[in-house]
Design a protein around this ligand. Structure first.
Ligand code: NAI
Ligand code: MG
Length: 350
């Protein structure tokens, strides 16, 4: 029995996690998998009532779970930095979720904004705990003409090696092709170090073909030839930007999934759709549930149930190819419930 902490959060977060639960219930029953769920109401709603997104000792409560399934947090009236720093960032950092994984696919039936996207199926692996997003630095001479700000990037051998190994191992299980993002022509200390460690680790995976690309050129290639990529690994900042760019290439924010992983499995990993709480459509049953459902599939994979995960992804693929399975953001007419029914209807079982 594996235990899942469910944090629906705010807005459509509650609708899409309920949708993901319905699909999980159906697929686990068919594959003979036992999962137990506990719901946590940590959210902006809670913040407005109690003054905190989560209770004292909240992270300790999550610690024993095998995985965390999150909807989205954020609501008008609560500053976004409160919802982010009061819940998401503490979970990612305390639980050492050093991999942020964003699979990208262009599905049949989902129009990419690119005219000739072709077959697109790649994964962005973003370093999630160090790099450019460090808290080291400061402001000096505030309010004077010589006011200044300094922010340090932190790249450690351990941190770069483990993200490289994760990406190389992932590539080996796919099409054995890794692209690494860099900017060693402009950033002359950390990026050459990043390149050196990546090259060192890549040498231990001779079966994986690698390419090194400067981030600016890579951004252009992602738009011009998205079909050529398999696994892309990038530092925290570059990975953040690339993964949103890549999600846009795939057509809709509503289908994009993500995983925040601690591959050592010391701590629970967290699975969440890329989109936010969408206050503009919340409570109307219009949310596209696919981002949350695909995130649940990533969770099944992480929990050691690859056949069930593949079953969900296949069902998503088939339901999107069918106009009756597509929500309004994809030009279809399905509401959330109809989209969920379409996915469940396409599960094959075992
Ligand atoms: P958003 O992703 O919530 O919405 C952007 C646009 O995409 C909206 O028009 C929305 O209706 C649409 N959309 C998003 N998900 C959809 C879905 N599943 N189906 C159909 N349409 C969908 O981003 P926004 O508006 O910038 O942020 C709203 C709130 O969500 C903010 O408070 C923000 O901080 C929070 N947020 C939370 C995230 C998280 O919990 N990881 C991530 C992004 C934003
Ligand atoms: Mg982002």
């Amino acid at each position: 029995m594996q235990r899942i902490a469910v944090l629906p959060g705010d807005g459509i977060g509650t609708e899409v996690t309920a949708a993901a639960r319905t699909v999980l219930d159906a697929v686990t029953r068919r594959h003979g998998i036992e999962l137990a769920y506990d719901d946590f109401d940590w959210s902006c709603r809670r913040y407005l009532e109690h003054g905190a997104m989560m209770p004292d000792g909240g992270l300790e409560q999550l610690r024993p779970y095998d995985a965390i399934l999150l909807g989205a947090v954020g609501w008008p009236g609560v500053p976004d930095h409160v919802s982010l720093w009061g819940l998401l960032i503490p979970i990612r950092r305390t639980f050492r979720q050093y991999v942020n994984l964003r699979p990208i696919r262009v599905f049949e039936g989902v129009g990419s904004p690119l005219r000739d996207a072709g077959a697109v199926d790649f994964v962005v692996v973003r370093e999630n705990v160090e790099g450019e997003y460090s808290e080291i630095g400061g402001r000096f001479n505030r309010g004077f003409p010589d006011e200044m700000a300094v922010q340090e990037s932190v790249f450690t051998r351990a941190g770069v090696s483990r993200i490289a190994d994760y990406a190389l191992t992932l590539a080996r299980g796919r099409r054995s092709y890794l692209t690494w993002a860099t900017k060693s022509n402009g950033i002359v200390h950390t990026m050459p170090f990043w390149d050196e460690v990546l090259a060192e680790r890549a040498a231990a995976f001779p079966d994986v073909r690698t390419d090194r690309e400067h981030i600016d050129a890579l951004a252009a290639k992602l738009v011009l030839q998205p079909g050529r990529f398999d696994v892309i690994v990038a530092s925290n900042l570059f990975g953040d930007i690339l993964s949103d760019l890549a999600a846009a290439v795939a057509g809709s924010i509503g289908i994009a999934p993500s995983a925040n992983l601690d591959p050592t499995r010391t701590f629970p990993s967290m699975f969440e759709p890329v989109h936010g709480s969408a206050p503009d459509i919340a409570g109307q049953g219009l949310a596209n549930p696919v981002g949350a459902i695909w995130s649940a599939a990533l969770m099944l994979e992480h929990l050691g149930h690859p056949a069930a995960a593949a079953d969900v992804l296949r069902a998503v693929e088939r339901s999107l190819a069918d106009p009756a399975g597509r929500t309004r953001d994809l030009g279809g007419e399905a509401d959330t419930a109809a989209a969920v029914r379409a996915v469940v209807g396409h599960l094959s079982g075992s």
